[in-house]
Design a protein around this ligand. Sequence first.
Ligand code: MG
Length: 257
Amino acid sequence: MVHIKSAHEIEKMAEAGRIVASVLLAVSRQVRPGISTADLDATARDLIAQSGGVPSFLGYGQPPFPAAICASIDAEVVHGIPSPKRILREGSIISVDVGVCLDGYHADAARTFAVGQISPEVDRLVQVTRESFWKGLAQALPGHRLGDLSAAVQTHAEKHGYGVVRELTGHGIGRNLHEEPDLPNFGRAGHGLRLEAGMVLAMEPMINLGTRRVLMLEDGWTIVTADGRPSAHYENTFAVTDNGPLVLTAWQGEETA
Ligand code: MG
């Protein structure tokens, strides 16, 4: 069942979303060669605690996720587990995914950051992954269908020859981190659930430089590309409104195209 949120609930989620954005911004400023993913997680935990929120991911699922952020380096697509042993290296990319619960409402977002100087090829992957989100978001209007968003993401990514991950999807979000409906990053325009004002969704393209195929590591969480080539991730929580989509997890002045 898809929960339609009231304006009051959307404002609650926007408050959680502002914390999410502040965490991503703080982490982005910390990303550099030599820092560990556990250091980034510590920054996120501190900031979330100071803001009065609770990390949505900590203890989530089975086995319980052990951190506040997912930190996924290079061929890791999503759900990488922070560790003091995972040290960032020049030329890598890292996707950071964070969820915050405030007063019972969740918000969820991810960005992919460059560690120092990255190759033009990988930089383009990161940019196109971000663009594919905004192409999809432009379709997030009442009366449109979920497939319109999915197809816009897929078309933009595949136009560049990239692999679109199919095993993981975006999702509804609200009092639960993951709610109905699933929001795939591939699909057919004109198909699927019809959007209504008050739906709140997290759309999260996971785009691979090579094959779309992925594998799960033995830790039960980390998803990696089957061919070992890099993958990028970009996510925002947004509300469908009569005045167009309202993004709840971008920071002030952030690039939105
Ligand atoms: Mg998500």
